[in-house]
Design a protein around this ligand. Structure first.
Ligand code: PLP
Length: 348
């Protein structure tokens, strides 16, 4: 169901200003290098380069992989769609730990495949339970790492153990949309598994730490034969020239990435402390969002926050939990103020 634009929400609720902490975008805005590159763009009467050639060369160099093992999409969401279109058919099974990023399931169903849902354990993907769900019909396995909405990771050892169990015939998708925010030394670089010959696709995006969500650009890295299959279902001009140019510049913007990481770390620890003061339980996160337990119906909390102009995300698979994107200090303060009112904790 299509949502409403923020301006419409503001008008309906009579709000002057809205703080959107609902989709894990970068609160600092876009990479300044990307913005500068966009300003120079002047050839948009021409179709874009179909396979995002230059960006793939730059990514290949940066990541130490063959550019032909990279496919660029209109967001990494489109790569998830391409995987479904290219690989799935009626009767296939797709293993999906739940809750997780909500696009995997409908795109599996679209192709008549059957989602096999495996509950998380203590907010973490339970690789042993995922392995138990493997069957001769399993085609794809999604491991979102860090997992959205819980922010937890699966470790290098866990992923390797699972890939050994899954064997060569099953493709595992390592969705690393938030990898740049991770601080845990136990976190694996999915590309290492690819280099070592495991049957994996690594998904990354420019929507989060690079701040380009509105331009729609992300990518997958996979064995070359699989990438060739994905190109068969790719729209010829799936990524705009604006997105390609901005992503190319953002990739070099190490300063902005470092700043975004630092602001996220500070915001995360600020929110941890403030939630602890209020006795609100949360799941320690490796990403740029935080899942917390409001202790009451998440739908009601969502509505009460919205009325105050703070949009966070409920409906995350837990009856009393909500997910908030870690914002700037000011946004985090606004979130806490609204939360206090929503939970009637004004005295804190
Ligand atoms: N994967 C995960 C885990 C996400 O949380 C998101 C977006 O929120 C995406 C993929 C899709 O990102 P995009 O299509 O903007 O690259």
């Amino acid at each position: 169901r299509p949502g409403k634009p923020i301006e419409e929400v503001k008008r309906e609720l009579g709000l002057e200003e809205v703080v959107k902490l609902a989709s894990n975008e970068n609160p600092l805005g876009p990479s300044p290098k990307a913005t500068a590159a966009l300003r120079k763009l002047d050839q948009w009467h021409l179709y874009p380069e179909g396979s995002s050639y230059e960006l793939r060369q730059a990514l290949g160099k940066k990541l130490g992989v063959d550019p032909d093992s990279i496919i660029v999409g209109c967001g990494s969401s489109e790569v998830i769609q391409m995987l479904s279109l290219a690989l799935l058919g009626t009767g296939d099974e797709v293993i999906i730990p739940v809750p997780t990023f909500p696009r995997y399931e409908p795109l599996a169903r679209l192709m008549g495949a059957h989602p096999v849902k495996v509950p998380l354990k203590d907010y973490r993907i339970d690789v042993e339970a995922v392995a138990r769900a493997l069957s001769p019909r399993t085609k794809l396995v999604y491991l979102c790492n860090p997992n959205n909405p819980t922010g937890t990771i699966v470790t290098r050892e866990e992923v390797e153990w699972f890939l050994e169990k899954a064997g060569e015939g099953i493709l595992t998708v390592l969705d690393e949309a938030y990898c740049e925010y991770v601080t845990s030394p136990a976190y694996p670089d999915g590309l290492d598994f690819l280099r070592r010959g495991y049957n994996v696709v690594v998904l990354r995006t420019f929507s989060k730490i690079y701040g380009l969500a509105g331009l729609r650009i992300g990518y997958g890295v996979a064995p070359k034969e699989l990438v060739a299959e994905l190109h068969r279902v790719r729209e010829p001009f799936n990524v705009s020239s604006a997105a390609q140019v901005a992503a190319l510049a953002a990739l070099e913007d190490e300063e902005f990435v470092a700043l975004s990481r630092r602001v996220n770390e500070e915001g995360k620890h600020f929110l941890y402390r403030e939630l602890e003061k209020r006795g609100i339980a949360y799941v320690p996160t490796e990403a740029n969002f935080l899942l917390f337990d409001a202790g009451r119906d998440e739908r009601e909390v969502f509505r009460r926050m919205l009325r105050q102009g703070v949009i966070i995300r409920g409906g995350m698979g837990y009856p009393t939990h909500l997910r908030v994107t870690i914002g700037t200090l000011e946004q985090n303060r606004r979130f806490l103020e609204a939360l206090d009112k929503a939970l009637e904790l004004k005295g804190v």
